[in-house]
Ligand binder design. Structure first.
Ligand SMILES: [Zn+2]
Ligand SMILES: [Zn+2]
Length: 226
């Protein structure tokens, strides 16, 4: 579908502010069920952390997402990733910004200092031509006046496609796949990803950051698979 600049990517109506990409009506319609603020999985409203997190907390401190993995956001994520519609990235990053601002107004999120993106292995990045998570992370860092560190974590080897693997295999597949190449001790970090599914990739990254002394690690993404 052709998108004319100045029209909303979702409803195709003229935008009050063309830079937004998605109108305020469409963005406020993107909501999710009540979720645990720590793992992002469905939970009763008003609780600090779900039972799963109390028993076995994930290595990150907070997970923020725009909606669960469904239309209409799912199709925009697909367009960004698989049809290389990179013009969509700032509009999608802004949806994350709106969630972050809302969480900060509620006092739920501390101001981060360093934003990083889930890295692709250089071979996959070369084939695709871009890293969709980096396209989301860079404008967020700019708007929030944080330090954007593109190379803070490197993928040291290509890993088998995660979606074909079970949970235990995913963890094994990721062992030793990343290397931290930036001083993170005492810093408040954010990892940006497009879609968090089982969370094993961001968990491995958060584990490494915490091991290196990061003060807090948040995960921000567009969609969380529930
Ligand atoms: Zn719209
Ligand atoms: Zn939880």
């Amino acid at each position: 579908m052709l998108t004319i600049p100045g029209l909303c990517w979702l409803c195709h109506m003229p935008l009050a502010c063309p830079a937004w990409g998605i109108c305020s009506r469409c963005s406020s319609a993107l909501t999710s069920p009540a979720c645990c603020p720590r793992c992002g999985l469905p939970a009763a409203q008003g609780i600090a952390q779900c039972g799963r997190c109390l028993q076995k907390p994930p290595p990150w401190d907070k997970l923020l997402f725009v909606t669960d993995y469904r239309a209409p956001l799912k199709s925009l994520v697909h367009r960004l990733k698989f049809t290389a519609t990179t013009a969509l990235a700032p509009a999608l990053a802004r949806l994350i910004l709106l969630k972050v601002n809302e969480a900060r107004r509620n006092g739920a999120v501390a101001k981060p200092e360093v934003i990083i993106a889930v890295p692709l292995h250089s071979r996959r990045a070369w084939r695709r031509g871009f890293n969709q998570s980096a396209l989301l992370a860079a404008p967020l860092a700019h708007w929030l006046q944080c330090d954007y560190q593109q190379a803070a974590i490197r993928r040291t080897r290509a890993t088998a496609a995660q979606h074909k693997l079970g949970a235990n295999q995913r963890r094994r597949n990721l062992r030793g796949a990343f290397r931290v190449e930036f001083p993170v001790a005492g810093r408040h970090m954010v990892i940006v990803d497009d879609v968090v599914t089982t969370g094993s990739t961001v968990a491995e990254m958060a584990r490494l950051l915490k091991k290196r002394g990061a003060a807090t690690v948040q995960v921000w993404c567009l969609c969380r698979t529930l």
